[in-house]
Design a protein around this ligand. Structure first.
Ligand SMILES: Nc1nc2c(ncn2[C@@H]2O[C@H](COP(=O)(O)OP(=O)(O)OP(=O)(O)O)[C@@H](O)[C@H]2O)c(=O)[nH]1
Ligand SMILES: [Zn+2]
Length: 179
């Protein structure tokens, strides 16, 4: 990756031997590895068995989980918030693990729709919940810094599974808690 960044820096017309740029290929490679570290994680290790028995079968909602991802079309950031809800079925998941699951999928090359689905499916499979709902709102730098250059357009995506899909009242409760 360092070599690739060295090539990019040269190709934009810069002088790779300039003092300020000498360490940049290594730094940029390290930063990119960090921004895509989700590829090196898996669900089991992220959740670390943090599942706890509970007979609470009401909705659990974690709102405003910030996320930083990279769009797979331009490799530019998209930045936003995830809201995740589920209805437990005998067990609940450690609160921080929901945010860790969001990060595991955000820290990859993504499109927002696929990331939303992957997060919902992961939470469903790990918790065995009766239902899962995920809503993500994000702003895409590829639409702001270049291309169409619209600064105020944000994108909202959602994925509803189980009772969030089959029961309109569950979906409405979730959406009304978000508004
Ligand atoms: N649906 C969706 N589209 C995305 C996402 N991130 C970026 N895009 C879009 O991907 C599209 C790629 O379109 P292309 O026409 O192949 O690429 P482009 O010429 O760079 O497009 P412009 O951005 O319109 O300049 C653009 O419309 C982007 O806005 C995402 O998460 N979801
Ligand atoms: Zn893009």
């Amino acid at each position: 990756m360092e070599k690739a960044y060295a090539t990019i820096i040269e190709q934009v017309g810069e002088d790779l031997s300039r003092e300020g740029l000498v360490d940049t290929p290594a730094r940029a490679a390290k930063a990119m590895a960090y921004l895509t570290r989700g590829y090196k994680q898996n669900l089991e290790e992220v959740v670390n068995n943090a599942l706890f028995p509970s007979d609470n079968s009401e909705m659990v909602l974690v709102k405003n989980i910030e996320l930083y991802s990279l769009c797979e079309h331009h490799l530019l950031p998209f930045i936003g918030k995830a809201h995740v809800a589920y209805i437990p079925d005998g067990k609940v998941i450690g609160l921080s693990k929901i945010a860790r699951i969001v990060d595991m999928y955000a820290r990859r090359l993504q499109i927002q729709e696929n990331m939303t689905k992957e997060i919902a499916e992961a939470i469903m499979s790990v918790t065995g919940a009766k239902g899962v709902g995920v809503v993500i709102e994000a702003k895409h730098m590829c639409m702001m810094m270049r291309g169409v250059e619209k600064q105020n357009g944000s994108m909202t995506t959602s994925m509803m599974l189980g009772t969030f899909r089959s029961k309109p009242e569950t979906r409405s409760e979730f959406l009304s808690l978000l508004s």
